[in-house]
Write a protein that binds this ligand. Structure first.
Ligand code: COA
Length: 253
């Protein structure tokens, strides 16, 4: 089981647990996360959702083997169900990030309400490096959060950034010692057990009302281009290079 779920003390935990592949996310894992988020949204015993990885890795992003063998074909693909479930979750979602958060590992954080990162966290959105384009609304949200110039470094060059920088850019709330991140995030999640649940949900919806339509539109436009890019010679070269443990050669394109 690569996604472990549990409801403890009002908190739905979603733990990404595939350390042998650096927590790379497969179709089955997206489906499990989408189903869990949707169920948590309907479950009155759940007051908040906590997403966490493993002590050494949050997630290395989409499984690149899956990108090659079973790319998302339509809006029912598990990855899009996961994106909709994240955006549609009107209970607080808290992320605890240890180690690397790559690709969707970083873009999913844009849609959490609270993000706590370890002092060893490394975030990156290397879509272009893989012959792809930004996804999960990041082409819209990242420039708004950090400005066009910094967004170009992160989205066009794929430059990685630290937990401290994630706080500075408004992606994360705070940096904590690696061993304390999950416990801190859980304590924040458990605070919602004492708050009025409907007031929390209505407030979260209000906070997103002005931006949700543009976000969903951006996700759809990105998805169409992303889907075409997955089958492009540039992306195929990048995927093959990853598994052959070499740098991609884009000089021929
Ligand atoms: N998809 C599929 N497999 C992945 C993966 C991914 N996103 N990330 C890591 N793996 C696999 C590796 O192929 C390797 O498998 P193997 O043991 O069968 O050879 C295993 O996980 C360990 O990864 P490795 O690269 O050897 O670990 P590392 O500690 O040297 O580096 C990362 C860790 C996360 C920096 C590196 O794996 C990486 O860059 N992954 C890809 C990130 C990425 O581009 N994601 C997609 C973003 S859109």
């Amino acid at each position: 089981m690569s996604i472990k779920t549990a409801i403890v003390n009002g908190v739905q935990t979603i733990e990404i647990a595939r350390p042998e592949k650096k927590n790379a996310l497969t179709r089955a894992m997206y489906q499990e996360m989408a189903d869990t988020l949707n169920a948590a949204n309907e479950d009155n015993t759940v007051r908040a959702v906590l997403i966490q990885g493993q002590p050494a890795i949050f997630t290395s992003g989409n499984d690149i083997e899956d990108f090659m063998s079973s790319p998302p074909r339509d809006e029912d693909a598990p990855v899009f169900q996961f994106m909709r479930a994240m955006i549609g979750c009107d209970k607080p979602v808290i992320a605890a990030v240890n180690g690397a958060a790559i690709g969707i590992g970083t873009t999913m954080l844009l849609h959490c309400d609270f993000v706590y990162v370890a002092d060893d966290a490394r975030l990156a959105m290397p879509f272009v490096s893989l012959g792809l384009v930004p996804e999960f609304g990041s082409s819209l949200v990242v420039p708004r959060l950090m400005g066009q110039r910094r967004a170009a470094e992160k989205l066009l060059l794929g430059d990685p950034f630290t937990g401290e920088q994630a706080v500075e850019y408004g992606i994360a709330n705070a940096v904590l010692p690696a061993g304390e991140v999950v416990n801190h995030a859980r304590r924040v999640a458990e605070r919602f057990n004492k708050l009025a649940p409907t007031a929390v949900r209505e407030s979260k919806k209000l906070m997103r009302r002005g931006t949700e339509e543009a976000l969903l539109e951006a996700i759809q436009v990105e998805a169409e281009i992303f889907g075409a890019r997955l089958r492009s010679p540039e992306a195929i070269e990048a995927f093959q290079a990853f598994f052959q443990k070499r740098q991609p050669d884009f000089s021929k394109f």
